[in-house]
Design a protein. Structure first.
Length: 517
């Protein structure tokens, strides 16, 4: 047996692991110098030790142990934290017992728990959520408490009675005890809160340099000056526009009022939608009614002259320049018809065609727009007279066509002739020559001056002819008689319209009385 191979021996040594320094990367450590917690062995047989725990990891481990042992961290005090530290130090020195008592079954740690912590520990997320909820609840309670304190402080009022002297020790003692002094039972003032009981956190901001402050001030001042300048320009432009509108309105209404003083009817024109109709320049919605529609006229021409605002573009430089202000806006009348019309009545010989007498109306030629305010009244009179003669001629023409007085009427130049037998004319005047002639009264609507077509106007009748014909054959008398007949018809229509309105109003009032009863 002595020649056999030598036996192998294994030597074990126990050393203090806390005295061994932590391993350095790249330098192997001998197996004899074993650390406290080796957790791996390299291929060459070197041990890899677990690094020493940091302060943060040890604090987290202690918090998780407290969280596991005390649910919701209730019942903790300073002694509990010290006991946890002592137990942590002693647990490292206890040797594991051999045997069945020392054998334990390792169970995987729950998800979220730190390494080395008991299994009963809950996750870190639950603890953080709970802490956040508790902090939010505490913050709310503190805010409510501060509000209550503020309300109580605001409700306290100082004493209104005579306060005892401050150097009286008895009065001060009674006041502090809540009693009253000997002077008059003055209530004690409220006890002030302790110093620094309510405070706030002051944030110390960095101080801005003076050049930066100067630059910011100049920049803000420049921006404000620019904004004020722009705003002043906008306001000035709007004020000038408003001033021009005021001058235009004053000028327009002064001229319109001058026409109204002449008893001309000024009305507004309405569209189908109910809005004022803009005529001419787009701003005028007024017109002068010079026709006879209000008294029952059935003529097709309405007899309307639009009031137009004509902007001259002249602007007044001062308040004394009244002429420039008046020329800024001008009122003009726009008529539907350019040429003046009038009814001419003549007494002619049907055999020779000689004109014995004619009515001498002086026509006035109109223009599309009349700018002179002094002539506007005359222009309206001429237009009104032409409308009257046109309606009178239309009635005569309609009656002549109905009675077939004229066998043929020219299309371009219509003349209504009323036969006047010479025998009757001679019997009236006593002239034998007149009994041998045949006369006729002709009615013609002339739309322009008779002298403008190149032909000379007929000569006026002599006194001998007028005396011989008398009133019946006088064209002027005939014209006036026809005018009076039409005016009488207008007056009758006006009276009938007024009577109709009065009866309608009476019937309406009577129906309202019946409804009320």
């Amino acid at each position: 047996m002595g020649n056999g191979p030598p036996g192998k021996r294994l030597r074990l040594a126990l050393e203090d692991a806390t005295s061994i320094p932590p391993p350095v990367s790249g330098e192997p450590i001998a197996t004899s110098a074993a650390a406290a917690v080796p957790y791996d062995v390299t291929e060459k047989g070197y041990l890899i030790y677990q690094p020493a725990p940091t302060e943060k990891s040890r604090l987290s481990e202690q918090i998780m142990k407290l969280w596991a042992q005390h649910p919701n961290l209730q019942g903790l005090d300073d002694a509990t934290g010290e006991e946890m530290e002592v137990k942590g130090e002693d647990s490292t020195k206890i040797e594991p017992e051999s045997g069945a008592e020392a054998s334990t079954t390792e169970t995987p740690a729950p998800e979220g728990a730190l390494p080395g912590c008991p299994i009963a520990l809950r996750s870190v997320g639950d603890m953080r959520q709970y802490l956040h909820e508790q902090l939010f609840h505490a913050h709310s309670e503190i805010g409510v408490a501060l509000d209550v304190v503020n309300v109580l402080l605001a409700g306290l009022k100082p004493a209104t009675s005579i306060v005892a002297p401050a150097n009286d020790p008895l009065a001060v003692l009674n006041a502090n005890k809540g009693g009253s002094n000997a002077a008059g039972g003055v209530p004690s003032p409220p006890i002030p809160l302790p110093a620094n009981s309510i405070s706030y956190t002051y944030t110390n901001q960095t101080k801005t340099e003076p050049p930066v402050l100067i630059y910011k001030t100049k920049l803000g001042l420049g921006a404000k000056c620019k904004q004020l300048k722009t705003a002043s320009e906008i306001l000035l432009a709007r004020a000038e526009a408003l001033e021009s509108v005021i001058h235009e309105e004053h000028s327009f209404w002064e001229q319109a009022l001058a026409l109204r003083h002449k008893n001309w009817i000024i009305q507004t024109r309405r569209t189908e939608s109910g809005q004022p109709h803009a005529g001419g320049s787009g701003r005028s919605s007024f017109y002068v009614l010079y026709g006879y529609r209000t008294v029952g006229s059935t003529y097709g021409d309405q007899g309307v002259a639009d009031l137009l605002r004509i902007h001259q573009g002249t602007k007044a430089t001062s308040s004394d320049d009244q002429a420039a202000q008046e020329k800024a806006t001008e009122v003009r009348l726009r008529f539907d018809r350019r040429a003046a019309r009038y009814l001419r009545v003549a007494l002619v010989d049907t055999r020779t065609g000689a004109i014995l007498g004619t009515s001498r109306d002086t026509p006035h030629h109109g223009s599309p727009a009349v700018s002179d305010l002094a002539h506007q009244h005359a222009q309206l009179l001429v237009a009104q007279r032409g409308l009257f003669d046109a309606e009178l001629y239309q009635r005569l023409l309609r009656e002549a066509k109905a009675l077939r007085i004229n066998d043929s009427l020219a299309e371009a130049h219509e003349v209504v002739s009323l036969p006047w037998p010479g025998r009757q004319l001679g019997d009236i005047t006593g002239d034998e020559t007149a009994q041998q002639q045949h006369w006729a009264l002709t009615f013609e609507l002339v739309k322009d001056d008779p002298g403008t077509d190149g032909a000379a106007p007929p000569p006026p009748p002599s006194d001998r002819e007028l005396n011989r014909l008398g009133l019946i054959g006088n064209p002027n008398f005939t014209k006036v008689a026809l005018d009076l007949a039409l005016c009488r018809q207008y007056r009758f229509n006006r009276h009938r319209a007024v009577e109709r309105n009065r009866l309608a109003l009476r019937g309406q009032l009577r129906s309202e009385q019946i409804n009320l009863s």
